[in-house]
Each structure stands twice: as C-alpha cells, then as structure tokens.
Design a protein around this ligand. Sequence first.
Ligand SMILES: [Ca+2]
Ligand SMILES: [Ca+2]
Length: 662
Amino acid sequence: MSKIFCTFVHKFDNNMKKTFVLCAMGAMMTVSGLLGWGSQAMAANTKKNKAMSVQRVEPLNWWTCMKCPLTLMVYGNDLQDATVTVSASEHSDKGTMHGGEKGLIIKQVRKADSKNYLFIDVDVRLAGTYTFTLKNGKKKTTFQYEVLERKVSNCIRESFSSKDMIYLLMPDRFRDGDPTNNTVAGMNEPCKKGYIHGRQGGDIQGIIDELPHIKELGATYIWPTPLTWSNDTNFSYHGYACADYYHIDPRFGTNDLYKEMVQKAHAMGLKIIMDVVTNHSGIEHWWAKDLPYNDWWHRFWNDEMSASLNDELKEVYVGTNNAFTTVYDVNASQYDRKVNEEGWFDHHMPDMNLDNPDLLQYFKQLYIWWIEWAGIDGLRVDTYPYNEKDPMSQWCKAIREEYPWINIVGETWTRPANQVAYWQSGTKNMDGFDSNLPAVMDFPTEEAIRQALENDGNYWGGGMAKVYDALTADYLYGDVNNLLMFVGNHDMDRFADVVKDNDPRRVMIGHVLIATMRGIPQMFAGDEYMQRSIDRSTGHSGLRQPLPTEGELTEQQKQVYEQMKTLWNWRKNEPVLWSGKTMHFLARDNTYAYVRYNKEEAVFVFINASEETRTIPMAHYQEILGQYAPTGVMPLEGDKTFDLRKDSEAAPLSYVIVKTHK
Ligand SMILES: [Ca+2]
Ligand SMILES: [Ca+2]
C-alpha cells in the first residue's frame, strides 16, 4: 500500500476509543472490532452512539489544481448543528501558505434534512493534511482530510475513439482468479457456483490474468461492468445496484487491486473504461437507512400526483415506464415524462434525484475521483436517458472540463436513430438540448445486423437491406465516428444464439461489419469463441457465463477465434477505418458493399449474407474505387491480390475485404 496515498481521514472522539481509518489506496475500510460492516451495522452503530461523531467523509481525498469545486459529504452522528473549522495538521507543513494563509478554506457549511450529515464546500489551494474540527457546545469531534499534489499531466489523457476496439466483460462471469474472495463474511450474497443466477466467483484478479488474451485478440480497451460494492441478497453479481460508490466489492478485490489492474493494463497498451451508474443506487446502499435529503431518491408515490391514484396505480407508478420518447415528444403527457425520469429502475434500485445539487455534485466528484485516483481512461454511463437530462448534461460537462479529451459513452437503448442521436452532443436538436455526452450506442445498427443474420434475409427489405437502411440515418448524428458499434452485450441474447443455425460464418459477418463500418467497435467477452448461452430460458444469467478455458474449446471455436484475432489486429493499423468517409451501395440480393476511403487509401468491403454464391459487380463501385489503384490486396487472406476492375464471385455467407491506395 502506498504511503503517499494512504489517507488518514478522521478520528472518532477519544472517548469512543476507536480509530477509523479510510485509506484511499485500500479497498477495505478497517473498523476496529467491526466485522461485516455495512449499512445495517452502521445504522445500529449510529443509533447506539449519541455522541457527535464522524464516520464517513467523501470523496476519500482530493487534489490541488482541480477545476471541479469540492464539497465534502460528511456523515456521522448528530452533526447538523456543529460549527466547522479547519487547520493544517501539525504533522504537515504543506497546508499553510507563507504569511499563514490557509491552504484549504471552508466556503460554506450546509445542513441536510438528516441531522447526521453536513455538506462542506471548500476551496483547495495547497496539498497537505487538514484537520476539521466540528463543535456543538461541549460536543466536539475531528476528522482529517488529505489533499494531494496533482500532476498537471493528469488532465491530459487519451481516451477511446474509433481507432479502438472495446472488450466488454462481466467480472463475476469472466474468470475466477482468486477463489479466496468468492464468499466474504458480512456480505449478503455468498458465491454459489452452478446456480445460474448466483455469484460465480469471477474477480479483478481474473481480469488481470486474462489481459494477455484480451491483448492477443486485438482489443485496446476493456469495459468491465461495475466493480464497486453491491450488497443485494440476489443478483448482486451484476453490480448495477451499488451499495458504496467509493469502494470495490471485496468479492472482486480491493481498491488497490483495481488500480493495479489499470496499471498492468496500461503497461500492456490496454486501457480501462469505468461503468458509471448515476440513475440509481442499490436499496442496500449504506445511505438507504439515513438519506441526507428527503429528495435524495425520487419517492414520488408520496407526492401530490400519486396521492390521487388508487393503490393499484400507485404500485405501477413506482417503476419507470421506460418511455424515453417523453423526453423529446412535444405531445407527451407530463405524467408519463415524470414516470420515465423518476420511476425506479427496479424495486431494488431506487431512482436518484439529480436535481438535488448536492447529489449532482457528489456524482461529479465521485467519477473525477476514480479517474484521477485509479488512472481510468474512459467512462460508460448506464441507463443514460433515465437520468434527468439537464443535470446529466452538466455532469458530462464537468467531467470533460476536468479531462478535456476523455470520452464518455451513454447507454442509449432505443431503436429509432433520431432518438439515439438526441442524446449525442453536437446533434442539432429542435429543443436546443445538448447532452455534452460525446458518444452514444448505435442500437439501431445493432438491431439491423442481428435481424439481417437471424434468418436467410430473403425477402423485400430483409437481410443486408436492413443494415444499409441503418446507415442512411447518419445525417442525424452529431458525430458518427463516436457511435459505439456492437452486435451484442451483457443485456441481450448472445449473438451466436440468434444468428441462423448458429452459423460461425454469420457470426463473423456481424463482427466484420462492426469492424469496418464507422464508429467504435465493441465486442462482448466470449463472442470471440462464438460462446452461447447455457440456458436462454433463464434470461440474462444464462448468457453471462465464464469465458471458456482452453481445454473447453471446440475446433470450431478455435477457428472462429483465429479469424477474430486476424480481423481485430488488422483493424488496429488501418486509419482509413477509423476516420475515413463511407460510400455504400444499395443492398442487392442480400449482399452489401461499401468503401471506407480517404485521400490516400480505401478499403472495399463486400458482404454476401445470402446462402448462395453471388457475383461481386465491380462496375457498380467504380464511382469511388475508380479513383484508386486497380489492384488491391486482401489483408485477411495473406494479402492475396484482388482485381478491383473485374467481377468475381463471393461464396455463400462470406465477406471480401480489399485494401487499395492511390
Ligand atoms: Ca474469486
Ligand atoms: Ca431517473
């Protein structure tokens, strides 16, 4: 554990005879005599202890020279009426400027609705360890807070773009690299290997162990689904019901190990995306028993609108209606809009109220803290359109003011392209809204590719005509190169399950499309082996299964992997695919042709998604290919030469990729 980052943030009163250490480097909080720490233990502790005390301070530490202002959320017992002062610790000579001016100034102390919280706005000027003193009559308590020197270069970090390939994985269902952490005392759900909905033991060590595999495949970024503390009794493995945003779930590892994973990935040329969940926390979050503000969560079933509803409707009212259309639909009812935005994602996922300024500030600081502390390279935001759009736009802006080049992709799960485009920064929306969100997910093209390959496509408008149509909507988007391209993810049926006959040729066509069309390709772990669900009737749990081991692979899976590896590693060195323009040609007979091109070079792609041999009618494509050399090479086939002026044949369910230049 690094001494530099170890943050001794506060002490309980001497009369409590306890010391509570938060270590920014460490995953675990050590609390003397308290095992199985969690919200219930904390609530009990709070009730018993009537003395003023501080139990948590978030963010865990901060840095100098940050653009984002800092508000400390201080949680403990009976803090509301305390006056707060700060001094540089006697152990530090850094916190006081020459002339005695303080390196950290309290600007404002705000009460919350709960008497056990304080929100303290501070102005950070110098690195150092600061002692905060809270006094109320004879009651007094203190805590220490560390401000570190920021490396100026930290704001300059590259992020994912169309030159990358993102590898999405679910840590619990990826690789169990450390069986000793599978069940942790005090956590509500133990590991239950073999139970399809239970925890399977996968962890951060498993991701570290698989870094060479991910690198070999040709991926450049890794997007693990959330790794922070999740303490639900069931389905905790997916991590989207967060119970502590500042700590890695001990069943996945520690904060230290997370940082080590980032560093080891970086050493191999791989980068890490963090999965952000602002729309909802988990019902087991430590703040659940004692919310800072009454409106911290949306509890609208108690408001005026729900008061008039009968009991049955009140129950329905709790959940979101998933109707994103209400955000931009000029005809939408305010009621429907409110239910979309404020309804709970699930009964165990309370909806966060981002209109509460302290909550919005909490989330800005939270993810800036993780980026700065762990060295993260990009963000993915869960359930993006369920968040209040204006506060969320401010959140994106704050993150990008701190890190101007960081990329953020929002999960915008809706099919019409105009609705996806609404959420991308740069799109010219009629209502003038700009999300400040740079990247969105191309669900319309994902759906088109899946529908094109799940049957023989032999009908009017079917097959590759669907993929062609998807691209005709590109005029809508603020930035087509910042669309996430994928054929599957952790929330939908496995691609190899849905393509007709589970045919490996169809699996490859899907991946060739996302590798060569515009945007940022992303693939789901296991698809490199055309992995299939172990039980589609069980929903998501069945498809989220551990990566097959070497010994479990069939010959067919090994062959697909070799093709995937060749495809992705070739793409890494083809700038024309990252930023080139696209010209595509009307899809005919379930074939689809397009050219990615720039001033120097071009890549010609021909997809034959039919089950018959098709002619490649090269005369059609001379409008663009005529500007390039007449002979190209096929990079995925050992650079075999290809005559770009002469018709040739494409085998059933095949692809032809030819590279040429001026
Ligand atoms: Ca494990
Ligand atoms: Ca919401």
